[in-house]
Design a protein around this ligand. Structure first.
Ligand SMILES: NC(=O)c1ccc[n+]([C@@H]2O[C@H](COP(=O)([O-])OP(=O)(O)OC[C@H]3O[C@@H](n4cnc5c(N)ncnc54)[C@H](O)[C@@H]3O)[C@@H](O)[C@H]2O)c1
Length: 430
């Protein structure tokens, strides 16, 4: 039996052992879905605390319940380790490490390179490597393929290499790792077929594409599409503000058109590890090819100006009451980058807090999911959301419309409210 057939047989009887590198928002849900499909999974992470937590069945990721993880750990299907040498034990390696931006907004692929180095030291014939981290087109072929080939292994025959973008949407109650269609692009047809066979038991729908570059670009198109459309409605919010028109009414009415319109909503700006970052991976790649991705640049410019727009609104509301920003008490409601999650990475709330602190406001915040934030050297702890707290604040800024915040209480107690999400009118509903 050749290596490809052997791996496909191991998928069929679930004897293939998976290794998931990086046990964060993306990696841990993947571990759980693979194990739920009855594969054995070894989770690899450089963070010992994460490894200890997983081995004791404790989940640090909101979308994975401790109950579900604990059951898979105690049944022996899931273990975790920080010993990268153990990568040699597994049949399939799925890489889910971070891909942030550098300070100059260029891709920081150092985590992918570190993971590739670990794999390069241990890779052997019969293994499959799948990159899941969002990245620029060409990463799989430029960073991962050489480290396999330099070991004298032939891709598509001895080992198999593919890109399959993770599309998880943290906090989404409907679309999760298993039922979100999974795109797979292999370096060769054999690579693609092997990965499709191995992933088939864990995902409801698989979407093969012809190359890793296509698969890499699929993910960037999706997130660039969101970034640009959010940029458009954010600009529409500024336009409506200048015209004295209610942007939410305009959007709701436009969304009644049964075709040709898709509802996006304005807000405080972009946040999270995806939408504010991923389009810059594409822009960077294209700059190297002497092409400027203008839509990406304009959307990024508009979206990153939103925190300052909302801070100006706070200043206007305070001015209505004859107050200056300096010395006023401003309560920020919600610091997570979106509703019902605990992630503050790139959250526009942090920009809003920083701008308010720089202007001398006394800033406090409430977020049921985030006990503490550090911004601009200030360490803030979430305060209780009481009528007293609301009454004592000169202005409340609603940044994240968590479903468990009672916006009626906010409306009836706050002196002034700046509502970046239209939460008051919606009563906090999505
Ligand atoms: N968070 C999301 O909503 C989301 C959605 C889709 C795709 N993605 C993409 O998935 C990738 C991972 O994002 P995330 O949000 O899960 O990141 P994360 O920071 O939550 O988790 C990454 C984990 O990788 C570990 N790690 C870092 N370097 C490592 C190495 N060399 N070896 C082993 N472990 C290592 C870290 O300790 C951490 O636990 C990124 O490329 C991101 O763009 C994220």
């Amino acid at each position: 039996m050749d290596t490809k057939s052997r791996l496909i047989a191991k998928a069929a009887d679930r004897s293939a052992l998976f290794g998931v590198v990086g046990l964060g928002y993306v990696g841990l849900p993947l571990v759980v879905e693979l194990a739920a499909a009855r594969y054995g999974v070894v989770g690899f992470d450089v963070n010992d605390t994460v490894v200890r937590g997983v081995n004791s069945g404790r989940s640090h990721i909101q979308d994975v319940s401790t109950e579900r993880l604990a059951e898979l750990v105690s049944s022996g299907l899931v273990t975790a380790t920080s010993s990268m040498e153990r990568l040699t034990e597994v049949d399939v390696i799925s890489i889910c490490v971070p891909t942030p931006l550098s300070k100059t907004k260029d891709p920081d692929v150092s985590y992918v390179i570190a993971a590739a180095d670990s794999i390069g030291r241990t890779i052997r014939a019969g293994q499959v490597v799948v990159l899941e981290s969002t990245t620029y087109p060409g990463t799989t072929r430029e960073l991962l393929l050489p480290m396999i080939e330099k070991r004298g292994l032939q891709v598509g025959k001895d080992v198999f290499l593919a890109f399959s973008p993770e599309r998880v949407d943290p906090g989404n109650p409907t679309w999760q790792t298993r039922n979100t269609p999974k795109v797979v692009g292999g370096v060769t047809e054999n690579c693609r077929d092997v990965v499709l066979a191995l992933y088939e038991p864990a995902f409801d729908t698989l979407v093969p594409v012809s190359s890793p570059e296509s698969a890499e670009l699929v993910k960037l198109l999706e997130n660039t599409f969101r970034s640009i459309n959010i940029g458009l409605v954010n600009e529409m919010a500024i336009v409506c503000d200048k015209l004295g028109v209610d942007v939410w009414e305009v959007i709701e009415a436009a969304a009644t058109k049964p075709f040709g319109f898709m509802r996006f909503t304005p807000g405080p700006g972009l946040g999270g590890h995806c939408i504010p970052i991923d389009p810059h991976y594409l822009a960077w790649k294209m700059r190297g090819l002497n092409y400027r991705t203008r839509f990406i640049d304009v959307a990024s410019e508009v979206n990153s100006e939103m925190p300052a727009f909302w801070v100006r609104k706070v200043a206007e509301r305070l001015n209505d009451d004859g107050k200056a920003v300096k010395g006023s008490k401003v309560l920020v409601l919600g610091v997570a980058y979106k509703r019902d999650i605990d992630d503050v990475r790139e959250s526009p709330a942090l920009d809003i807090i920083r701008l308010l602190l720089q202007q001398g406001a006394e800033v406090s915040y409430h977020d049921p999911y985030v006990p503490e934030v550090v911004e601009d050297g200030a360490r803030l702890q979430s305060v209780q959301l009481t009528g007293e707290e609301l009454k004592n604040s000169d202005c409340v800024v609603i940044v994240t419309d968590h479903a468990n915040i009672d916006f009626q209480v906010v409306a009836s107690n706050a002196q002034q409210v700046v509502d970046t999400r239209n939460a008051l009118k919606r009563g906090g509903r999505g």
